[in-house]
Design a protein around this ligand. Structure first.
Ligand code: HEM
Length: 338
């Protein structure tokens, strides 16, 4: 029996997203805090049980090897930059992701404050984003976001690792990107042009027929199929965020959960490189990805009773991170793990 983290909730009104890196010598403390996250979330949540507080932690590829000895999730690898002709999805630092969501912002704030206090100087905050629900689940660009998310058993199947990786069954992969919108450019489009960029009508949120939906529309490019032609689902939990003054940034915090990282990677290639190459996602002409990282969210049992910490210099190395993580002396270059 495994208990997935509380990823599949109803769409909440608020979320706080924290992307953290682990500081030199911070590993022991991080292990403790991460292990206590389910209990801490229960404590805060029980003060307002109707507000659906969930606190989810994701662990990055490189951090995994610093934190845990033994096997690692099969698909866990760093986010890869996607460099298209016109637009780039950058890969940015991120050892830990905290996705704190609820119908009350005070609960997210309380949990986030307790966690950052507990982490102390064992982490550096690289991005903190406070997301909010915007009208009827719309993004700041005015379109309803999340419509085609799977529900029920299909959602569970879409986000949960199964028998293909038995040691990590019940976990999920999670990818994040923060996008900054150019709202004045977007607002200078006609509604018809905006609808062509998304592939759905704006007010009623109806999908365009395939014969009129442009091939560079967001939803045309985001359909990924398996070998049998079946669409492969992911679960997105995006939130608008931002400053109201024109001088600040506003946009979308994109977050997607999946049972394997390949699907999101394929979607990003189709959006940024284009399908066929050069036919990139029209939405990207109005929004810029400024961050990108991926993580693995293990089960509650794993968090509460993790494997031992690796001995100095003995941990396995994540695919693609050998040169980045190994210091000249052959150690992980992260200080003492004890
Ligand atoms: C659909 C907005 C980024 C994957 C949609 C829809 C909107 C939207 C309005 C249509 C309604 C719906 O089904 O949810 C945005 C915005 C983004 C963003 C504002 C960032 C600025 C991404 C990224 C990915 C993605 C980075 C994947 C890597 C999808 C998928 C669908 C979708 C899979 C459903 C396609 C379908 O089956 O119809 N998005 N999205 N989105 N988006 Fe995004």
């Amino acid at each position: 029996m495994v208990t997935p983290q509380t990823i599949l909730t109803r769409k909440t009104r608020y979320a706080i997203f924290l992307v953290l890196t682990i500081t030199d010598g911070g590993v022991d403390r991080v292990r403790d805090v991460v292990s206590g996250l389910p209990g801490l979330t229960r404590s805060v949540s029980s003060r307002a049980p109707d507000a659906a507080l969930a606190g989810i932690v994701g662990i990055g590829s490189q951090a995994w090897d610093q934190l845990f000895d033994g096997p690692r999730p099969q698909g866990l690898r760093p986010f890869t930059e996607v460099d298209g002709e016109t637009h780039t999805a950058p890969a940015t630092p991120g050892d830990l992701l905290l996705h704190l969501k609820a119908d009350q912002l005070d609960l997210c704030f309380e949990l986030g404050t307790a966690l950052t206090r507990a982490f102390g100087d064992s982490v550096t905050v690289v991005d903190e984003v406070h997301g909010f629900r915007y009208f009827d689940l719309r993004d700041l660009i005015g379109f309803v976001d999340g419509t085609e998310n799977p529900v029920g058993q299909a959602a569970i199947d879409a986000v949960t690792v199964g028998d293909e990786d038995p040691g990590f069954a019940g976990g999920s992969y999670v990818a994040i990107q923060r996008y900054v919108h150019d709202m004045s450019a977007w607002n200078s489009l006609t509604v018809e042009d905006q609808e062509a960029a998304i592939g759905r009508t704006k007010l009623e949120n109806i999908e365009m027929d395939d014969d009129v939906k442009p091939s560079n529309s967001h939803i045309a490019l985001n359909v990924v199929e398996d070998a049998d032609g079946e669409e492969i689902d992911i679960v997105r939990d995006n939130m608008p965020y931002g400053d109201v003054s024109g001088t600040g940034e506003s946009g979308t915090f994109y977050i997607a959960y999946s049972s394997a990282p390949d699907v999101v990677e394929e979607m990003l290639r189709k959006m940024f490189i284009g399908d066929p190459p050069g036919n990139h996602d029209r939405l990207l002409d109005f929004t810029t990805a400024v961050t990108g990282s991926q993580f693995f969210a293990p089960t509650v049992e794993f968090l509460e009773d993790p494997p031992p910490a690796p001995a100095d210099g003995e941990s396995s190395t994540a695919p693609g991170t050998e040169t980045a993580t190994r210091a000249a002396d052959g150690s992980l270059g992260i200080g003492s793990l004890h």
